[in-house]
Ligand binder design. Structure first.
Ligand SMILES: C[S@@+](CC[C@H](N)C(=O)[O-])C[C@H]1O[C@@H](n2cnc3c(N)ncnc32)[C@H](O)[C@@H]1O
Length: 237
C-alpha cells in the first residue's frame, strides 16, 4: 500500500477553518483583528510594502474608479484601500466601508477623512445594503476568512450594480499563500476554482492584475482580479 506524503504546502497551511466551527472561527478572527495583530497591520503594511502596492492597483490604468459614484470597501480593515479610493474617486463619490471588527473600524476612522468615508459594522455574508446599489467594490484579503467563497461572493454580487466592477484580492494556494494562510489563520484559493465560483455568482473574470511585473513573473502577491457583474441573461450564456 502506498502512503502519499503530504506536501510542505499543505503542512504549512493554517488548519483553523477546519479545526473550529465557523462561529468559533469567526469569533477567533474578530478577536485577532480587535487585538494586537489588527493593530500591527498598520506597520506590517508599511514593512511589506502592501500599502504602496495597494496604491499601484487603484490607478486609472489598474482598477479605475473614476465615474463610480457609490463605492464599497468590503472588509476595510484599517482603511488601506479606502485611503486610495478617497484619492482616486471623483470628489462627489460616496465611499462606504464595512468590517466586522469594531477596533479595525475605529482604526480606519482615525486614518481617513471623516467626511469622505462612512463606516459600518457588518459581516460579509449578510450585508446591510439594498440590491444593486454600488458601482464599484474593493474586497481585499477578506474572502479567505470564509469556509466557502460563494457565501461572500453572492452577497457582493447582490449589492453590485449590473455592469459594476469589483477588485477582488485573495490568498492563492501557492507556497507563499500557504505561509500567509499560517500567519493570518486563513484558507487559500485555487485560481480556476475561484473563477468558477465567481461565474456562478454572475461575476465575470474580466482581467487578472498583479502588483508589479516582478510579482507577475514570480507568481507572487496572491489572486488579484477585476470582476464585472453580468446581467443574468449574459451569465447563463
Ligand atoms: C487582512 S485584513 C484586510 C483589510 C483590508 N481589506 C486591507 O486589504 O488592508 C482582513 C479584514 O477582514 C475582516 N473580516 C474578516 N472576515 C470578515 C467578514 N466575514 N465580514 C466582515 N469583515 C471580515 C477582518 O476583521 C479584517 O479587518
Amino acid at each position: 500500500m502506498s502512503t502519499k506524503r503530504p506536501s510542505l504546502k499543505s503542512v504549512i497551511k493554517s488548519k483553523e477553518l477546519q479545526r473550529r466551527s465557523f462561529g468559533d472561527y469567526r469569533r477567533f478572527i474578530q478577536n485577532q483583528y480587535d487585538g494586537l495583530p489588527g493593530a500591527l497591520t498598520k506597520w506590517t503594511g508599511l514593512v511589506t510594502g502592501h500599502k504602496s502596492l495597494a496604491g499601484r492597483l487603484l490607478r486609472p490604468s489598474g482598477f479605475d474608479v473614476r465615474g463610480c459614484k457609490r463605492i464599497l470597501d468590503a472588509g476595510c480593515g484599517n482603511g488601506r484601500y479606502s485611503h486610495f479610493l478617497v484619492r482616486r474617486a471623483d470628489d462627489d463619490a460616496l465611499i462606504t466601508a464595512f468590517d466586522y471588527s469594531q477596533r479595525m473600524l475605529q482604526r480606519a476612522r482615525r486614518n481617513l477623512p471623516r467626511d469622505r468615508v462612512s463606516h459600518v459594522a457588518a459581516d460579509l455574508t449578510r450585508l446591510p445594503y439594498a440590491d444593486e446599489c454600488f458601482d464599484a467594490i474593493v474586497c481585499g484579503w477578506v474572502l479567505e476568512h470564509l469556509p466557502d467563497a460563494k457565501a461572500g461572493l453572492s452577497e457582493l454580487s447582490r449589492v453590485l450594480k449590473t455592469g459594476g466592477k469589483m477588485l477582488l484580492l485573495t490568498t492563492e494556494d501557492t507556497f507563499n499563500g500557504a505561509v500567509c494562510s499560517r500567519l493570518f489563520h486563513c484558507r487559500t484559493y485555487n485560481r480556476s476554482e475561484l473563477k468558477q465560483v465567481c461565474a456562478e455568482c454572475q461575476l465575470h473574470w474580466y482581467r487578472e492584475l498583479w502588483f508589479s511585473k516582478v510579482h507577475r513573473f514570480f507568481h507572487l502577491g496572491g489572486i488579484i482580479v477585476e470582476l464585472r457583474k453580468l446581467a443574468p441573461s449574459q451569465a447563463n450564456l
